[in-house]
Write a protein that binds this ligand. Structure first.
Ligand code: PEP
Length: 247
């Protein structure tokens, strides 16, 4: 199974999200070895989930609160998203960590809340340019993985990891596929310290229609998390069509 996940970030308002969702819902994606999921804004979630209901496209939020319900101004819980049809949730996206100051501890609580609710958390990890240049990439990733996976009770649920180097997100400076292959292999080994189950690992960071195959051809790369290129039909549909051709 190859996963193609589109993170619309805060690029689209409600009207634009509805237009794009309708355009994508009209496309027929037939490959049963591919799972497509869209992560719209909280604002557009309900509308987009309704448009994709009954299609093969799954939906999930870009972030969740860790409490189910209550006096948590601005929060939306996994339970509330599940109720609207969410299957996945992004957790700990680099923009949440670096722009909004989310900590590893908060990421852990959000992952647990998703698992408790039956959503599949997609745990985003990645190193900064400075950490990479200083040879601290594995150290940073190890720490992020440990905070989430150590003594984590999966309760029979599923979990995924997205390796998204911070320096590759939205920069056009995509990680060299051979380098991604190495680091994905390292992450897979690292995860064996915690769980026996197979954890799909997605690559994210400047994935486009013309480089997506370079990643998805690799056995270590189970899917891609796509930001900018997922926010336009002209780029997201060709990207998916390119993946359909891999056999
Ligand atoms: C992302 O938002 O997760 C991402 C990878 O963005 P982009 O594809 O725009 O680099």
């Amino acid at each position: 199974m190859k996963y193609i996940f589109g993170n619309w970030k805060m690029y689209l308002d409600l009207g634009e999200s509805v237009i794009l969702a309708n355009e994508l819902a009209e496309e027929v994606f037939t490959d049963d070895k591919m799972e497509i999921a869209i992560f719209p804004t909280a604002l557009a979630f309900s509308n987009v989930a309704t448009i994709f209901s009954g299609t093969s496209v799954a939906v999930g939020p870009q972030d969740v609160a860790w409490q189910p319900k209550g006096a948590y101004t601005g929060g939306v819980s996994p339970l509330m998203y599940k109720d609207l049809g969410a299957r996945y949730a992004l957790v700990g996206h680099s923009e949440r960590r670096h722009v909004f100051g989310e900590t590893d501890e908060e990421v852990r609580k959000k992952v647990e809340a998703c698992l408790d609710t039956g959503l599949i958390p997609v745990v985003c990890i990645g190193e900064t340019k400075q950490e990479k240049d200083e040879g601290k990439r594995e150290y940073r990733l190890k720490k992020q993985l440990m905070k989430v996976f150590e003594n984590l009770n999966l309760n029979g649920g599923k979990i995924m990891v997205a390796y998204e180097p911070v320096w590759a997100i939205g920069t056009g400076d995509a990680c060299n596929p051979l380098d991604a292959d190495d680091i994905h292999g390292w992450i897979k080994l690292e995860l064996k310290n915690y769980h026996d189950i197979e954890v799909p690992i997605l690559y994210g960071g400047s994935v486009k229609p013309d480089n997506v195959i370079d990643y998805l051809r690799l056995e270590t790369v189970d899917g891609v998390l796509v930001g900018n290129a997922s926010t336009k039909t002209e780029t997201f549909v060709p990207l998916i069509r390119a993946v359909e051709k891999i056999k």
